[in-house]
Design a binder for this molecule. Structure first.
Ligand SMILES: [Fe+2]
Ligand SMILES: [Fe+2]
Length: 258
């Protein structure tokens, strides 16, 4: 099974790139299953019904979120209405939505889990314990995890904690793609961060001038605006063996046109 995992889809430029190109990407790379992080897809962040539906129509099978999940007023109802849109498992139990979903592809059941880190992130429950408690209950063949976290140390520790227990762990949140894609000793495919699908000529997707001003004058409040312009596609492909459920190859993608 070939899994495509797409880094944080950011704003209009990132969304449009996915809407216009995903079907060709899926066929070019012979993808069977696609997971995309869309916590920044709406304005100012979060997700809307229209965006979720259009991403799914474009070929995304499961949408994951992160610390910006509820930044749009529609997000909570998107999570309640659509089991293919998930938020971190280790959010407070009262938070709307689910932390995992299972998709039946006919010959194979794929579970996608979303979890959040705790280092330099909004305080949440322990992601290690939350996933450890969930795994025995999951009726799935292949399990993959979007670990939405800031610190590379936490991501590497989390992936090694799950090595051999899940097929792949891919990081999101930093919007900067890391060049450490690999297969851990017990067969779990891993990358610290998939990156961002959005405008690279920006500061993590926000207009450069605004962030520079914010860094120079942090005592003043500023309104973040997403950058406009050419979008780049950041993602990773995991080839997962359907018998052993181990990852056999990991390929990192970063391009701005097909
Ligand atoms: Fe995030
Ligand atoms: Fe993000």
């Amino acid at each position: 099974m070939r899994l495509l995992a797409i880094g944080d889809i950011n704003g209009e430029s990132g969304r449009e790139f996915v809407y216009n190109n995903l079907s060709r990407i899926l066929s070019r790379y012979k993808i069977d299953f696609c997971v995309a992080n869309a916590e920044n897809s709406a304005e100012p962040n979060g997700i809307t019904h229209n965006i979720a539906n259009t991403l799914i129509q474009s070929g995304v099978d499961v949408i994951t979120m992160g610390n910006h999940t509820y930044d749009n007023k529609e997000s909570a109802s998107v999570l309640e209405d659509n089991s293919r849109v998930i938020r971190p498992l280790n959010f407070p139990p009262e938070a709307e939505g689910m932390g995992y979903t299972i998709c039946d592809l006919g010959n194979i059941r794929v579970a996608v889990i979303n979890a959040s880190g705790r280092i330099n992130m909004t305080p949440v429950d322990c992601p290690f314990s939350a996933v450890e408690r969930l795994l025995p209950k999951l009726e799935a063949d292949v399990i993959v995890i979007d670990f939405h976290a800031e610190a590379t140390s936490e991501k590497i520790a989390f992936a090694n904690f799950l090595d051999g227990k899940v097929s792949a762990v891919f990081g999101t949140h930093t919007h900067v793609q890391t060049a450490d894609e690999r297969i851990l000793p017990n067969g779990t495919g891993f990358i610290c961060d998939l990156g961002m699908t959005g405008v690279e000529d920006s500061v993590l997707g926000v207009k450069k001038e605004i962030i520079i001003e914010h860094m120079r004058m942090p005592v003043k409040r500023v309104r973040f605006e997403k950058a406009q312009g050419e979008a780049w596609f950041h993602a990773c492909i995991f080839d997962i063996d359907e018998k052993s459920h181990k990852t056999t190859t990991v390929e990192r993608l970063r391009f701005n046109r097909l």
